[in-house]
Design a protein around this ligand. Sequence first.
Ligand code: ADP
Length: 374
Amino acid sequence: MLWLRQLRWKLFVSHLLIIAIGIAILLPTAHFLAGNPLSAMRDSPFSFASAPASESEIAPSQQEAFQLVVDQALLISAFAALSAVVIVSLFVSRRIVEPLQELALVSGRLAQGYFRERTTIQSDDELAHLSGSINRLAETLEQTEQRRLGLITDVSHELRTPLTIIAGYMEGLIDGVIAPEPEIFSLVHHEAVRLKWMTEELALLSRAEAGQLRVEPRPTDLTEIIERVAAQFQSQLASQGLTFDRRVSSMLPRALADPDRVEQILINLMANAVQYTPAGGAIAIFARPRDLFVEIGVADTGVGIPVEHLPHIFERFYRVDKSRARQSGGAGIGLTIARHLVYAHGGEIWAESEGAGRGSTFRFTLPVYETVFR
Ligand code: ADP
């Protein structure tokens, strides 16, 4: 009875069952009443003014005719009810079974990796809600898949550039076309270092995106971190002719943060500021209390960010000026990692810029330790 497992038939049989029960009750009741028409008329809630006074007033032929009429009425009703069952079952199963079949088909295709599939159910009931949920799921899966494919393309492209340079120089050296000068070794070394840095950043990014980037928040003096980061960039700032300023509020409370991770965020922001600020420009690190948070930031007077790019710059591999970023080694990962690290602390990070050529300011927040524990 495999067919009985189908919802279509289950609906039909359940409708049939309801009608069968109705007939099973109606048939003996009608027969009993038709056999005693007098008491039926007397006991009826409807008053029969012309009810005969006694059984003897009803002729046997009349009683038989009455029973025949009742039987005929029952037969016609049963037939009408059965026809109605077929029509209603067909209608109901069309409204329920067909959308369900479509949902099963679409979700099956999604499971096979066809993320462009969508359901087309047009109604306003629970099935339409389910259809909407499946379509939203498909949308998310499709976007994730696109990002995954984009990631593979981007990663292979980013790694290919330094590898091509290294391979080119090495071939030239082997063939004797390039002289083994210290500058050539230094160039190859520079590309190898860039490759190593990129793979480390990618590993960090994939850990961050998998939610495996652990932070160990503890009471942290941000002034110390700012000093350490400033010291790391001192020679680079000087060699690029950039002025540097630190504006740290004297009342800066300690933050509840992982000092190594905060340093990493600041290094990423400082590296960008140095990278995107031409000689003669100025860079500043600032920090101040802001409600239950400490706000830290890096401001520069550099190339700035056009407003339409601002919502995207924290996205993975996003670069405003792709050609220039590639020359200078940026892979568009630094800000994505910074955002993951800030979020892991329960903070926020955002960028501000008045537009191209008008500098940029990056700010992020970290929870204050003192307010949390006092
Ligand atoms: P990248 O390694 O390319 O710098 P990031 O994720 O750190 O990657 O930054 C993403 C993009 O945001 C950069 O390619 C650049 O276009 C833009 N950007 C980041 N910081 C600055 C800044 N201080 N000034 C101007 N543009 C910036």
